[in-house]
Design a protein around this ligand. Structure first.
Ligand code: NAD
Length: 245
């Protein structure tokens, strides 16, 4: 355990996209620090079984579609308070994002969905300060020929993070983002399996490996603690040095 197991005792956390990948690692990490966590995401094809990444952890999983206003209001109507919001819900449609309807779908989940959940959370977080962490990307900093919507959404996440940091500061809500490098999750499965692309990514990554979801979860966790109490509006790379290379 990297952090004290009581540092988030009594805190309530919601992780969107928390049912797998980076979000599930964040859910486990925050729960391990004492927070009461809800991990929310799209209902899995096989149902909410014990085989899911959080299946045997006791962490509460909930259905949520961040692109659907009704789904977001339904989940928030069940919450009795909130201290931490981590927006991990995200999709990528490599190769299909030049089609405008696909472009809109990716923006609706990654960017508008994040804004929708932040807006819904604002009043709850503002009751006693609070922390929001959004998921940016390396594609917040440069373009992606095959993923124009994903890149636009993640560029947007960086600017949304800075803007909400300004807007929410007076309520004591800090808003930051992490920008992961190349992390081994279902989202990057195709890339991991593409030997040529994977080799090129690793060659440019000074630390020389794919990131693990836990690498990102540790930095998200730090941003949620009082240790980060003077940080807001930051977009923090967690990339094995990729941006510096
Ligand atoms: P993942 O595919 O493993 O998990 C995505 C999660 O988002 C799942 O829990 C899924 O249920 C949820 N989700 C998808 N659409 C949703 C919707 N409409 N409403 C609610 N939940 C929805 O992906 P991941 O790699 O863990 O990525 C998590 C976040 O980190 C994403 O925002 C992604 O863009 C970002 N990110 C990932 C990487 C990487 O290398 N894996 C790099 C940079 C940024």
């Amino acid at each position: 355990m990297t952090f004290d197991s009581t540092v988030l005792q009594g805190k309530k956390a919601l992780i969107t996209g928390g049912t797998q990948g980076i979000g599930a690692a964040v859910a486990r990490q925050l729960a391990g620090m004492g927070a009461r966590v809800i991990a929310a995401g799209l209902p899995p094809a096989g149902g909410w079984t014990e085989d899911l990444p959080l299946g045997k952890t006791g962490i509460r999983m909930a259905a949520l579609d961040v692109s659907d206003p009704h789904s977001v209001s339904r989940l928030f109507s069940e919450l009795d308070g909130l201290d931490i919001l981590v927006n991990c819900a995200g999709i990528i449609r490599r190769g299909a994002e030049h089609e405008v309807d696909v472009f809109e779908q990716v923006i609706a989940v990654n960017l508008t969905g994040t804004m929708r959940v932040c807006s819904a959370a604002r009043a709850l977080l503002g009751q006693d300060g609070g922390a929001i962490v959004n998921l940016a990307s390396m594609l917040s900093f440069f373009g992606g020929a095959l993923v124009p919507a994903y890149a636009a959404s993640k560029g947007g996440i960086a600017q949304l993070t800075r803007s909400l940091a300004l807007a929410y500061a007076a309520e004591g809500i800090r808003v930051n983002a992490v920008a992961p490098g190349w992390i081994a999750t279902p989202l990057t499965q195709a890339l991991q399996e593409d030997e040529e692309r994977s080799r090129a990514l690793l060659q440019r990554t000074p630390l020389g490996r794919w990131g693990k979801p836990e690498d990102v979860a540790h930095v998200v966790a730090f941003l949620c603690t009082p240790a980060a109490s003077f940080m807001t509006g930051a977009v923090v790379p967690v990339d094995g040095g990729y941006l510096a290379a």
